[in-house]
Design a protein around this ligand. Structure first.
Ligand SMILES: NC(=O)C1=CN([C@@H]2O[C@H](COP(=O)(O)OP(=O)(O)OC[C@H]3O[C@@H](n4cnc5c(N)ncnc54)[C@H](OP(=O)(O)O)[C@@H]3O)[C@@H](O)[C@H]2O)C=CC1
Ligand SMILES: O=C(CO)COP(=O)(O)O
Length: 324
């Protein structure tokens, strides 16, 4: 079976390293950028900073040596969206011939307003690319709780091979060839989760959160149609599935950020991809003539241009129209 290297030793990278090691006896390397931190993980057999209490699978080798990717047929790229291009550039000269790179981040790159597949296609020309996304909290996955995700590649044979390599009894990758749709769902849900959290933080109630999820999904569907995404992708695991998970759970860092903003509390220090993605998602939509009222409101709030209260009032003042 194929050796796997995981680049990015955060919560999701660590969880996926355990998944890859649980799925096969082939070697798994977990690559971080801080040598001291990786040595600590190797000694403790636990990533105490990002996944405390989760034993590292004994077949996972932590290291800070990026050259270790050279031994892998499959590279899972699990650093935040805004770092993908730079990290991929570092990977390019080190990759084994024929290796596949799987983007596992969820967002839109600022500046280029590009989804992860586009970023990697530019940074890694000629490399076999795939994308992994879907409703999957790292904490649930590392505890072996049932999780279903989407593994997309333009080549369905590659998607099936990668899914088979990563599948375990509890981690179930469904395959797709719609990389745009899968990437868009993962990016948009993080932004919409901030809105849902803000609504809860303001005490607007479950009905308001449900309305934001439904109308937010309508935004996703409009932008997806403009980008050529398949409707069934957006209504599947990586779209609606991840939106429901992330927009209804305080375990979500994006939801938690929104809730703090809604309560007028300081923003949590944890990564919230939706905050960096919001303006880029709106810019991507604007370039295709698609209006995203909720995502635009989130972008304005996280940029500090308006308060949560002002954003809510603006959304409530919007003219009523046909639902679809
Ligand atoms: N956490 C989750 O439940 C899930 C997360 N995801 C997605 O996975 C991606 C990563 O998220 P997650 O693992 O949670 O984030 P974390 O904040 O837990 O970890 C991010 C990791 O990326 C590393 N990193 C950051 N910048 C760089 C860089 N320039 N070069 C190399 N490494 C870098 C960090 O290194 P350092 O520790 O040295 O700062 C850290 O180890 C996100 O796009 C997220 O949306 C997807 C599904 C589930
Ligand atoms: O992507 C995730 C669940 O699918 C993790 O969500 P957060 O990044 O909001 O914590």
């Amino acid at each position: 079976m194929s050796g796997v290297a995981v680049v990015g030793a955060g919560a999701w990278g660590t969880a996926l390293a355990n998944v890859a090691a649980d799925a096969s006896a082939a070697p798994v390397t977990l690559i971080g950028r801080d040598a001291a931190a990786m040595a600590t993980i190797a000694a403790a057999r636990e990533n105490a900073r990002y996944l405390p209490g989760a034993p590292l699978n004994p077949h996972v080798t932590p290291t800070a040596a990026l050259d270790a990717v050279a031994g892998a047929e499959i590279v899972l790229l699990v650093t935040p969206t805004q770092t993908l291009r730079a990290v991929a550039a570092e990977l390019a000269p080190r990759l084994k011939a024929g290796a596949a790179v799987v983007a596992c981040a969820k967002g839109v790159e600022r500046g280029a307003n590009a989804l992860p597949p586009e970023v990697l296609a530019e940074a890694l020309p000629g490399v076999a690319l795939a994308l992994l996304s879907g409703p999957s909290f790292a904490d649930d996955v590392v505890r072996g709780l049932p999780t279903a995700v989407t593994l997309a590649a333009s080549d369905e044979t590659l998607a099936a091979r990668l899914a088979a390599r990563l599948a375990t009894r509890s981690f179930r990758p469904y395959t797709s060839t719609d990389m745009t749709g899968v990437a868009l769902g993962g990016a948009a849900k993080n932004v919409l989760a901030i809105a849902a959290g803000a609504a809860e933080g303001r005490g607007l109630g479950a009905s308001a959160v449900a309305a934001l999820i439904a109308r937010g999904f309508a935004e996703l569907a409009r932008l997806g149609a403009a980008l050529g995404a398949r409707p069934e992708t957006l209504s599947g695991l990586s779209g609606l599935g991840d939106l429901v998970l992330t927009a209804t759970s305080p375990k979500s860092r994006n939801f938690a950020l929104g809730r703090a903003l809604g309560r007028g509390e300081p923003a949590p220090a944890k990564l919230a991809e939706g905050a960096a993605t919001a303006s880029a998602l709106v810019a991507l939509a604007d370039a295709h003539g698609v209006e995203l009222p909720i995502s635009r409101a989130v972008a304005a709030v996280v940029a500090g241009r308006v308060s949560v209260a002002e954003a809510i009032e603006k959304l409530l003042a919007r003219p009523l129209k046909a639902e679809a």
